[in-house]
Design a protein around this ligand. Structure first.
Ligand SMILES: [Zn+2]
Length: 386
């Protein structure tokens, strides 16, 4: 069964020779066996079993959200409101979500995860990463990862999110738990290991220990780095050959140079700066230095409770000065690079047929019409989902 999507006003493929955003006008695309079988000018399109007329609309790769925390219970709307009224964001707020998550049933956690995954799909996200990090005990972290694995293959062990209250006087003991019995219970459900390397969370030596233990257990490293102030997170990520250093809000020249000389993606999370009134990272400095940049939501109940990649694209364009092309690339191919995936984030022949049709003639409308639902149809693996 093949499907021809034709009369596409703008087909974003990100699949030209050389990296970067790439789009074709008056285009068509053929899906067969769950992958892109052909893409090019509409007048040259081959026949197919089914034809979908895009009527001049834009078609893009599905968004790849490489950073999300979706296994949790409770909500922190009052904390957000207080922050908007002038209180600063502190990492310790995570602990209220930890208490609610530990108290929740598997069914409640699964239902919340399903609701957020459905929100993401409706907004065009076809691949998402999902972290643990609100359990912080062996059974609560391992069930968080098992639940996440029901929804995505991109599962990340984040036992080192924050030191839980019961280890307040013994952070070294908590790091030993994270690197030992907790890792052993969690590694079978996870692909990635992550650590929040930040003042108030884990220092450089603790972060190195967590990443090394995870790698020894077969997990691939990624790091929460330099969110709340300057620090060693980016250097730790590059040293560990992490797929991604996430946040990158406060960077030294040496941090930018290290990222530019590495395969580590800088994943920017503009929804967090929006929701915490922190300064945005200097995305232009990273791009101009040749760093690979991704955009993700960081969807979580504390610092940023949006599941919307279109919203993050609009922020990246308006407030971080990415071009519309750069922002869409960062939300698709950039996210794929941050997850070391070559099968998603583009629509070259052989790519997984994860794609979206906008109710708009070009990708630029994602930033031009912020806050307006514009994702008309979504395909994942060649199957129409929305
Ligand atoms: Zn995060």
């Amino acid at each position: 069964m093949s499907v021809l999507i034709t009369n596409v006003g703008e087909l974003v493929t990100n699949a030209a020779p050389g990296a970067g955003f790439y789009a074709v006008r008056d285009a068509a695309l053929v899906i067969e066996n769950g992958v892109v079988a052909w893409a090019g000018p509409a007048r040259e399109a081959p026949a197919a079993d089914e034809v979908v007329d895009a009527a001049g609309r834009a078609v893009l790769p599905g968004f790849v959200d490489s950073h999300a925390h979706l296994v949790f219970a409770g909500e922190r709307g009052a904390e957000f409101a207080a922050r908007m009224a002038g209180q600063p964001y502190r990492a310790g707020g995570i602990r209220s979500t930890v208490a609610a998550t530990r108290a929740a049933s598997d069914a409640d956690l699964r239902a919340n995860l399903a609701r957020l995954a459905a929100e993401m799909l409706a907004q065009g996200t076809t691949t998402f990463e999902c972290k643990s990090g609100y359990g912080l005990t062996v059974p609560d972290e391992s069930r968080s990862l098992a639940l996440a694995a029901e929804f995505t293959p991109e599962v990340t062990y984040l036992g080192a999110h924050v030191v839980p209250p019961e280890f307040e006087a013994d952070p070294a003991g908590y790091v030993a738990l994270v690197c030992g019995p907790m890792l052993a219970a969690c590694a079978p459900s996870a692909r990635w290991v992550d650590v929040f390397c930040e003042r108030g969370a884990f220092d450089a030596d603790q972060a190195r220990a967590v990443l090394a233990a995870g790698q020894a257990a077969g997990l691939l490293p990624r790091v929460h780095a330099n969110q709340l102030g300057p620090g060693p997170g980016v250097q730790v990520a590059v040293e560990a050959r992490a797929a991604s250093a996430d946040y990158c809000t406060y960077l030294s020249d040496a941090d930018v140079d290290a990222l530019a000389a590495s395969q580590t993606v800088a994943t920017l999370l503009p929804g967090v700066e929006f929701s915490t009134r922190q300064p945005y990272p200097d995305a232009r400095r990273l791009l101009d230095a040749g760093v690979t940049v991704a955009i993700a939501t960081d969807c979580n109940p504390g610092s940023c409770f949006t599941s919307s990649m279109p919203f993050c694209i609009a922020l990246a364009v308006r407030d971080m000065h990415l071009t519309t092309e750069e922002a869409v690339w960062a939300a698709t191919a950039g996210g794929a690079a941050a997850l070391r995936r070559s099968d998603v984030g583009h629509l070259g022949v052989g790519a997984r047929a994860d794609l979206i049709m906008l109710d708009a003639p070009s990708h630029a409308y994602l930033a031009y019409r912020p806050g307006v639902p514009q994702v008309r149809s979504v395909w994942t693996g060649g199957t129409r989902r929305e």
